[in-house]
Design a protein around this ligand. Structure first.
Ligand code: HSE
Length: 352
């Protein structure tokens, strides 16, 4: 028992395997279990990874994993909805805990998958899906238990923050900065999801679903990316005493909940103004707590992999502990966005 299967050996999958093997003994001590990775599901065979020290674990048939009762935790690190959804759903239904970094899957199918996990008394954990290595899902869930959270806003995409930082600070051209982000492994396989705001939209939908208690559909969210940002936009922000950031925001706002993703003016005194390069920051505004800001590396192989392995450790220690975390499958209606001002491609957010 206590065997783990990793689905996908891309950037995050290989990172999770490396982090796990490096810390295997301490993980065994922490969980009190003889935990090990038994399988790595990959469409490419082991010869595609020369020098890999654990190539004996590669399989290409998911049913081998599903039908092995020794496997109690599955880490889905493939990305996208299919086949990830099918693999996650059947793993949970078979009574295996699942951890994932897949924001698209959680944003679109989170309510249903949490419900299955709850019924089967196993975990469905997705800390790595938002903010890379920053703990936000677990702390937000804990805040929600004790406080009413009215707003979550932040910089949720490392690639675009890296690009905007390079454009703003170093005068770099958009394409040059994007190339650098890709070379560093921050961008998605298809960087259009990053630069068009789609990736940040999926992440804010996960956080919004948590605070609203209902599924927030990414298609209902006003989403603008950074591809049109010009030198004039940057000058406008400078002249106002601030900078430009791709801000993803969810506000409860009584009967008019809003969720938006757009390039926005951020005053230099804001805690978000100094969040540069690949760093992310998430501000949680609670009635009792006031503002709490979570900050750290929001993208990259090892920060994300470390969040995945943490979820694995928790799922091994306490399967079913995510049972209190859920939102309803009914879709949350979202109101049209309200901006204080629009200048060029920059939005000035109300009360921000
Ligand atoms: N492409 C994503 C980003 C990776 O740049 O933030 C982490 O989700």
């Amino acid at each position: 028992m206590s065997k783990i299967a990793i689905l996908g050996h891309g950037v995050v999958g290989s990172g999770a395997a490396e982090v796990f093997f490096k810390n295997r003994e301490s993980i065994r001590a922490k969980t009190g279990q003889n935990a090990d990775i038994k399988y790595i599901l990959e469409v490419r065979d082991a010869s595609a990874f020369p020098g890999c020290s654990y190539s004996d674990k590669f399989v290409n048939d998911f049913d081998v994993i599903l039908n092995d009762s020794e496997v109690t935790v599955v880490a889905e690190l493939i990305g996208g909805v299919e086949p990830a959804y099918r693999f996650v759903k059947s793993s949970l239904s078979a009574g295996k805990s699942v951890v994932t970094s897949n924001k698209e899957l959680v944003a679109k199918k989170g309510a249903e998958l949490l419900k299955i996990a709850r019924e089967k008394n196993v975990s469905f954990a997705f800390e790595a899906s938002v903010g890379g290595g920053i703990p936000i899902i677990r702390p937000l869930h804990q805040c929600l238990a004790a406080d009413s959270i009215n707003e979550v806003a932040g910089i949720l995409n490392g690639t675009t923050n890296f690009i905007l930082t390079k454009m703003f600070r170093d005068g770099m051209a958009f394409e040059e900065a994007l190339k650098l982000a890709q070379d560093n492994g921050y961008a998605e396989r298809d960087p259009s999801d990053d630069v068009n705001g789609v990736d940040a939209c999926r992440k804010i939908c996960i956080l919004a679903s948590m605070i609203f208690g209902k599924q927030v559909n990414p298609d209902s969210v006003f989403t603008e990316g950074i591809t049109k940002i010009t030198r004039e936009d940057i000058s406008f922000c400078e002249s106002r005493g601030g900078t430009v950031k791709l801000i993803a925001r969810a506000v409860k706002n009584g009967d008019s909940p809003q969720v938006t993703v757009c390039p926005a003016f951020v005053h230099k005194d804001s805690q978000l103004a100094g969040v540069n390069d690949v760093y992310n920051a998430i501000m949680v505004r609670g009635e009792a707590t006031g503002d709490v800001v979570f900050y750290g590396k929001g993208a990259g192989k090892f920060p994300t992999a470390s969040a995945v392995v943490n979820d694995i450790v928790n799922a091994l220690k306490s399967p079913g502990e995510t049972g209190a975390l859920f939102w309803e499958e009914d879709e949350q209606p979202i109101s049209p966005p309200v901006f204080s001002e629009v200048c060029g491609n920059i939005r000035v957010l109300e009360g921000f």
